[in-house]
Design a protein around this ligand. Structure first.
Ligand code: PEP
Length: 249
């Protein structure tokens, strides 16, 4: 994992008031953070501007989703054009909590491609439900998600993409995948990425683990060869987020 800079994203989900968000920003601003880790936090769309204005500049700001095309008559949507204009540099795309609402692999990939074309970097999510994990068909579920991204992205695009592998059974459940379970799937994803996007893309693309990552579980997971960082939900709202960012130091 040496050539790949360690990466930690915080997904704040649908949480926070104006004042709580200010408190989170001030917590982040006080953290002592290693510069060896690239850090991005993703507040709700309504809090993006406030967070961007108050946050230290060595932590980037991302959105949790964005619209599949540009501005226009799309009530309730937020376009990648708006996000880049605000100085937002990342977007989480294809989170399982969005896919649950009916976003298909192809729609997710199309959205990610539009975001990339507008200059955003993308945390491209994938991950299997419990049924597939138990049936031993994790790869059968995850590979088509990766294939859809690979069909949509050019080699240049991949330089602005990190993959977030987030087993659905581990998200928000406290059931973190073991380092061995996560490594096995990360290695499989990287191998498959080599087949569908090229060996260079496979070697250079960071693959994050997401699913109840914590200050306690991060060191063991991050020691694995193919785990290049984390996408963190619950723990990104707490002081232990700093421990996850600094888990390799
Ligand atoms: C997430 O939703 O991206 C996530 C990983 O959540 P949690 O860490 O709370 O499981």
């Amino acid at each position: 994992a040496e050539a790949r800079k360690f990466f930690v994203g915080g997904n704040w989900k649908c949480n926070g008031s104006v004042s709580q968000t200010e408190e989170l920003v001030s917590m982040l601003n006080q953290f002592s953070l290693t510069q060896e880790t690239e850090v991005v936090v993703c507040p709700s769309q309504v809090h993006l501007q406030g967070v961007k204005a108050g946050l230290r500049t060595d932590v980037a700001v991302g959105a949790q989703d964005c619209w599949v095309q540009g501005n226009g008559a799309f009530t309730g949507e937020t376009s990648a054009d708006m996000l880049t204009d605000m100085g937002v540099s990342w977007a989480i795309i294809g989170h399982s909590e969005r896919r649950e609402k009916g976003e298909s692999d192809v729609e997710v990939a199309k959205k990610a491609k539009y975001a990339l074309d507008k200059g955003l970097s993308v945390m491209a999510c994938c991950g299997e439900p419990l049924e597939n994990r138990e049936a031993g068909t994790t790869n059968d579920f995850v590979f088509p998600q990766i294939k859809a991204y690979a069909d949509a992205f050019t080699k240049e695009d991949w330089k602005k993409v990190v993959i977030a592998y987030e087993p659905i059974w581990a998200i928000g459940t406290g059931l973190t995948a073991t380092p061995e379970q996560a490594q096995e799937t990360h290695a499989a994803i990287r191998q498959y990425l080599g087949e569908v996007a090229g060996a260079d893309v496979a070697a250079e693309t960071r693959i994050l683990y997401g699913g109840s990552a914590s200050g306690k579980t991060a060191p063991g997971l991050s020691a694995k060869e193919d785990i290049d960082g984390f996408l963190v939900g619950g723990a990104s709202l707490k002081p232990e987020f700093a421990d996850i960012i600094n888990c390799q130091t």
